[in-house]
Design a protein around this ligand. Structure first.
Ligand SMILES: *[C@@H]1O[C@H](CO)[C@@H](O)[C@H](O)[C@H]1NC(C)=O
Ligand SMILES: *[C@@H]1O[C@H](CO)[C@@H](O)[C@H](O)[C@H]1NC(C)=O
Ligand SMILES: *[C@@H]1O[C@H](CO)[C@@H](O)[C@H](O)[C@H]1NC(C)=O
Ligand SMILES: *[C@@H]1O[C@H](CO)[C@@H](O)[C@H](O)[C@H]1NC(C)=O
Length: 721
């Protein structure tokens, strides 16, 4: 039997299927007229840190049946809950490149959120974009490319909001590192801002995201939460954002400037000591003295109420109960995203999938669950035992944890395989575990998180791109003792693998990412060949950390000097050969590509259409369709992520190629299917700083389709006159 909660969730899903801002604004206007000035102030001002059931709360307003409003972390599910799942982090679902799984993840997270009576779940994350490979919170977002980020943002938001939960696109804007995040100024040129960092937020707005969170940092010397150009001009005017802007927690620095710059809600309302408040009575005074126009306060309230009506939260929304049991059967999505996000980097002599080994030797502390308890570290602020997510406010408690050793042991029984286990990173204690084993599997990790917690001397951002816990030495030692070594890496982002690859006995590398609670089960699915690996890297793995050309900045300013040349855009431009390129991933089968067609007649020049959520309406129109045939030419069923990269005419001075489409399809051996990429006007536009508009340059565009950013199989050109 379905619980009443699920019945309610499904009823709302259909109601919310067509989100109508105009209707929501009409209701908001009607309610606004009934509010006192105090009501209005309370709707825009959090009640203060630790003063309510959620991480953010505002007071109820009974005259319009407005509830005690609840905002809760975070991007992978409910923080501080006890009956919910811990979904995979953004970076893992990004490496699936699977739109349906992205959307389902958003929907399932929101069903749990709604079941707990939470109105706003504070995610998804498109900032950081991940320009610094060691950036502490990169794993919360969707990888180092704005197009991939944008698609994942839109799918997640639409999935979440289809259930009636408000999504929150964060952190707006240019929050690329943890070091000095609350003082640093991100200084950036207009074009790079538009083409990289604003891009995924445009997708979020286009998906009708209800709310946006402004970030801690400054932009060109002005705080992001009181930056009139970022909030009023870019977000509300250029992108046509209809919802409301809230601060990151305690990211507000002024009463008047923040109000007049476009901020709509302050969170949590006081500083973390429960003191110092910028709005509340101070905003009341600022309005009565005329420093903040009454119309601005009304606009804040109207936006917040409109979002609430937009999602249908004014009727039948459950009461707040963070302890509700809301897991349902959602772990199916966690297993699928954990599994399909696994990237096979190396597989010499087809050592994988495993072929009924007589003995398997498992080595490394990350083979087993944290011996102190799977939720023993506050906000997952430790890297002890198997790794499932990074640390910080964007985490959740695990309801259970499938550890690699446990899942492999269970599976090994069916083959009668003997298991040796050395759950230690010591280079001297694994001998008996790998003695006589056909294959040794070494588990290594790299972790990062939010800067308020320091783990093993990493203060949020990683100190380097090496494996933790002497992972290189451990692999070296095992590779000296075993001829067949498989290295499984659980990591928040790129790790330099050169030492590991220099060991001839390392036959395979399984990039298992951040699989959350389904860590072991997902790994077993892949290494035993129940599923062919189908993940692709959402960032570049370099041969050397210096190759990225970007890292956390120590001073007060980050000048974004690399401009557009981030991740593969830089490697392509500078001719730097990566170890494993953006978009790379092996399979147990082979795919061939054939028959590219490029069709369309786009016109050169600026976008001119009306502003809809997301920007000029014509930016979102499909102007070119590219199709290609993909054939599974190998021996087993598998899924391929076909990727479309565009090279612009030289006059456009863009990176050599940029991702502008991807499609994942599952094929039986011998089967073929057609992939179709819909290219929107924005996908072939550049930001023209003089015209202050997106412009399609004239000239020859090259459309390339391939299995990665460097494994290009097909190309076709189209000239825009
Ligand atoms: C809501 O009120 C504002 C301010 O009076 C007005 O500009 C707007 O058109 C109204 N919106 C709707 C949908 O009624
Ligand atoms: C920051 O300053 C640069 C250089 O003056 C300018 O081009 C850019 O538009 C500014 N960006 C923002 C977001 O204010
Ligand atoms: C894929 O193709 C390569 C070269 O064409 C071949 O060596 C390999 O065995 C094939 N793999 C599979 C799984 O069919
Ligand atoms: C298009 O790209 C492909 C693959 O990079 C390249 O081989 C081809 O020469 C390019 N065509 C043009 C017209 O630039």
């Amino acid at each position: 039997m379905r619980s009443p909660f699920f019945a309610a969730a499904f009823a709302t899903a259909s109601a919310a299927a067509t989100l109508d801002w105009a209707a929501a604004y009409e209701k908001a206007n009607a309610s606004l007229a009934k509010l006192s000035q105090n009501d209005k102030i309370s709707i825009v001002t959090g009640v203060g840190w630790n003063k309510g059931p959620c991480v953010g709360n505002t007071a109820p307003v009974s005259s319009i049946n407005y509830p005690q409003f609840c905002l809760q972390d975070g991007p992978l599910g409910i923080r501080f809950g006890s009956g919910n799942n811990a979904f995979v982090p953004g970076i893992q679902v990004a490496s699936t490149w699977d739109r349906a799984l992205m959307r389902e993840r958003g929907q399932f997270m929101a069903e749990e959120t709604k079941g707990c009576g939470i109105h706003v779940l504070l995610g998804p994350v498109a900032g950081p974009l991940g320009k610094n490979p060691a950036g502490g919170r990169n794993w919360e977002g969707f990888g180092a490319d704005p197009y991939l980020q944008g698609i994942a943002m839109a799918e997640t938001i639409e999935g979440m909001q289809s259930v009636g939960v408000q999504a929150n696109a964060k952190h707006y804007l240019l929050n690329e590192q943890e070091l000095n995040r609350e003082t640093i100024s991100s200084n950036i040129d207009d074009r790079t801002l538009h083409e990289l960092y604003l891009w995924p937020f445009a997708d979020a707005v286009h998906a009708n995201v209800a709310s946006v969170m402004c970030s801690y940092n400054k932009i060109n010397g002005t705080w992001a939460c009181e930056h009139p150009y970022a909030l009023n001009t870019l977000l509300k005017k250029e992108l046509g954002f209809q919802g409301y802007v809230m601060t990151d927690w305690n990211a507000q620095h002024s009463t008047v400037e923040s109000a007049t710059s476009g901020l709509d809600m302050t969170m949590p309302g006081t500083d973390f000591n429960g003191g110092s408040q910028y709005w509340g009575s101070k905003l009341t005074q600022a309005v009565s003295s005329g420093q903040v126009p009454q119309s601005r306060l009304d606009d804040m309230v109207r936006r917040i109420l409109a979002a609430w009506y937009l999602l249908g939260q004014d009727s039948g929304y459950p009461a707040i109960n963070l302890k509700a049991n809301v897991q349902g059967t959602h772990k199916t999505n966690i297993r699928a995203t954990a599994r399909d996000g696994i990237v096979l980097l190396k597989n010499e002599g087809n050592i994988l999938p495993l072929k009924k080994p007589k003995k398997l030797g498992l080595v490394g502390s990350a083979a087993v669950a944290n011996p102190q308890g799977i939720n023993s570290c506050t906000d997952q602020g430790c890297n002890t035992g198997a790794l499932g997510m990074g640390w910080g406010s964007g985490t959740a408690s695990y309801p259970y944890f499938s550890a690699p050793a446990d899942a492999i042991k269970a599976r090994a029984q069916t083959d009668g395989t003997q298991i040796g286990l050395s759950a230690s990173d010591s280079t001297s204690s694994f001998r008996s575990a790998v003695d006589g084993a056909d294959v040794a599997i070494v588990f290594i990790t790299s972790d990062s998180g939010e800067g308020y917690i320091t783990v093993e001397n990493h203060a949020g951002d990683r100190n380097n791109l090496d494996p933790w816990h002497n992972g290189n030495d451990l692999v070296k030692a095992v590779a000296a003792a075993s001829e067949n070594v498989i290295v499984v890496v659980h990591s928040v982002g790129p790790v330099i693998l050169e030492t590991i690859l220099a060991q001839p006995n390392v036959k395979a590398i399984v990039w298992a990412g951040l699989p959350s609670q389904e860590n072991g089960n997902a790994l077993v699915d892949v290494i035993y060949g129940d599923t062919s690996p189908s993940g692709k890297l959402p960032y570049t793995i370099a041969k050397s950390a210096a190759d990225y050309g970007t890292s956390s900045v120590r001073g007060a300013n980050d000048d974004f000097k690399e401009g557009l040349y981030v991740d593969y855009r830089r490697f392509d431009k500078e001719g730097i050969v990566p170890r494993y390129e953006f978009g790379f991933g092996l399979s147990y089968t082979n795919f061939t590509y054939s028959n590219i067609f490029v069709d369309g007649r786009p016109t050169a020049g600026p976008a001119t259409g009306d502003i809809i959520p997301g920007g000029n309406v014509d930016l979102w129109e499909t102007v070119i369709t590219v199709t290609a045939t993909i054939t599974n030419s190998g021996a087993v069923r598998g899924a391929e992520v076909a990727q479309l990269y565009i090279s612009y005419p030289e006059s456009a001075a863009t990176p050599p190629k940029q991702l502008r489409g991807f499609e994942k399809l599952t094929l039986e051996p011998g089967a073929e299917d057609i992939v179709a990429f819909d290219i929107k006007r924005r996908d072939i536009s550049i930001w023209d700083t003089a015209k202050q508009s997106w412009v399609v340059p004239s000239g020859v565009f090259n459309f390339t389709v391939g299995a990665s950013s460097r494994d290009i199989r097909l190309s076709g050109t189209l000239e825009v006159p």
